[in-house]
Design a protein around this ligand. Structure first.
Ligand SMILES: Cc1ncc(C[n+]2csc(CCOP(=O)(O)OP(=O)(O)O)c2C)c(N)n1
Length: 377
């Protein structure tokens, strides 16, 4: 289906506000929202649950349902506000969910998408959200019927979900996402890895950052056992790093996150600053965008994360945007005995041939644990 037609159908439901977190399976849709004159009020909140909150508020003030878009992994973030607020047992608030289907059964995808891919429809059914699947084969008539069902559900105060298969939406619009920075994210990652001692721990975030950490570790140290890749659970790498840091004070723990991930569960900053872990180094590679899934700007683009970290109690904070400053800061950070936060302003973009982890997630877990903590095995 052409993305323009899809957008028209959403509008035909009386929807004027749209909010979400981008997904690569929804890339033509996300590109359209970024570049075209679509006429919606559009927001990219911290996470998908926050988008549900926005939808509830907007409905209360206008009586118009909001459209929320997300990757199916984001359903997890919506469960609480949908089940305990929007559901008919509570405030009965209609909203339209557009959900990119990663891990569709029978299609090859990454391990973090497999289970949620299998249970996506079931999750919606359990949450009493009527739903339909949009695929490449959906005929115009079927799409018409799907939106008619969505309209009825919204009129009946229900949420309605359209699960969108990869390739279901098409567009000829090419969008280039840019910012004003010059440092390549992967170059910054290479410098960070070079500065870290072999006994120190790396925890990296969801998306291409982990794929770059994996490849740069191989290139620089000859293996990738030093790093735990937070391939799913976007926004939780900081807490994973802290979980390790508080158990093993003899090791410095480096958390390497993107700005989208830090933003997604930013409450962690207040917690981590307050804990005062002397061995925690939190690095935010800030490109103001969700680059891994296309490049859409985050709803916090332009914010200085290091200032937020400072206010949250991190003992050492800094912000840099070139490789020489990065090297200097990494040397200083290695001498700190207070939680440190380094914001690195980076360009949007990645190598097109960037690989993916070759082992299973469990194999990577085991080799990480064997490398760092052989005594517990
Ligand atoms: C809960 C959840 N929502 C959405 C996604 C899809 N997703 C994967 S990576 C990513 C963007 C990450 O952005 P950022 O942390 O800024 O790193 P960047 O890719 O820009 O370097 C998104 C939205 C996800 N994996 N999980």
């Amino acid at each position: 289906m052409k993305v323009e037609d899809f957008i028209k159908k959403i509008k035909s439901l009386g929807i004027t506000t749209i909010a979400g977190v981008p997904d690569s399976a929804l890339q033509p849709f996300c590109n359209y929202l970024n570049k075209a004159e679509h006429g919606f009020t559009h927001f990219v909140p911290a996470n998908e649950g926050a988008a549900v909150g926005l939808a509830i508020g907007s409905y209360l003030a206008t009586k118009k349902p909001v459209c929320i878009y997300m990757q199916n992994s984001g359903i997890g973030n919506t469960v609480n506000p949908v089940t305990s607020l929007a559901n008919k047992a509570v405030y009965d608030i209609p909203m339209l969910l557009i959900i990119g289907w990663r891990g569709e059964p029978g299609k090859k995808d990454e391990p973090q998408h497999r289970f949620m891919g299998e249970i996506t429809k079931e999750m919606l059914d359990v949450m009493e959200i009527p739903n339909s699947i949009l695929s490449l084969d959906t005929t115009p008539r079927e799409a018409e019927e799907m939106f008619a069902r969505a309209g009825e559900a919204l009129n009946d105060y229900k949420q309605y979900a359209i699960i969108v298969k990869r390739d279901a939406l098409e567009s000829d619009m090419a969008v280039v996402y840019e910012n004003a920075h010059t440092l390549q994210r992967e170059e910054a990652i290479a410098e960070i890895i070079k500065s870290i001692s072999p006994e120190d721990v790396i925890v990296s975030t969801t998306g291409k950052i982990s794929r770059e950490v994996y490849e740069q570790c191989d290139k620089i140290t000859g293996h990738h056992k030093q790093a735990f890749l937070t391939v799913g659970g976007m926004g939780h790498a900081g807490m994973i790093a802290f979980g390790i840091a508080q158990e093993r004070k003899d090791k410095r723990v480096y958390c390497i996150e993107g700005d989208g991930a830090v933003f997604m569960h930013m409450g962690e900053l207040a917690f981590l600053g307050k804990q005062g872990a002397e061995n925690l180094v939190h690095i935010c590679l800030n490109n103001d965008a969700h680059e891994s899934v296309g490049g859409m700007a985050t709803g916090a683009a332009g914010q200085d994360f290091y200032k937020i970290a400072k206010a949250c109690g991190y003992g050492y904070v800094s912000c840099i945007n070139d490789v020489e400053m990065l090297k200097e800061e990494l040397t200083k950070i290695n001498r700190q005995s207070k939680p440190a936060f380094l914001e690195v302003k980076v360009k949007i973009g990645a190598r097109p041939e960037l690989g993916r982890p070759k082992e299973s997630a469990v194999q990577n877990r085991d080799s990480f644990m064997e490398y760092h903590f052989p005594e517990i095995l």
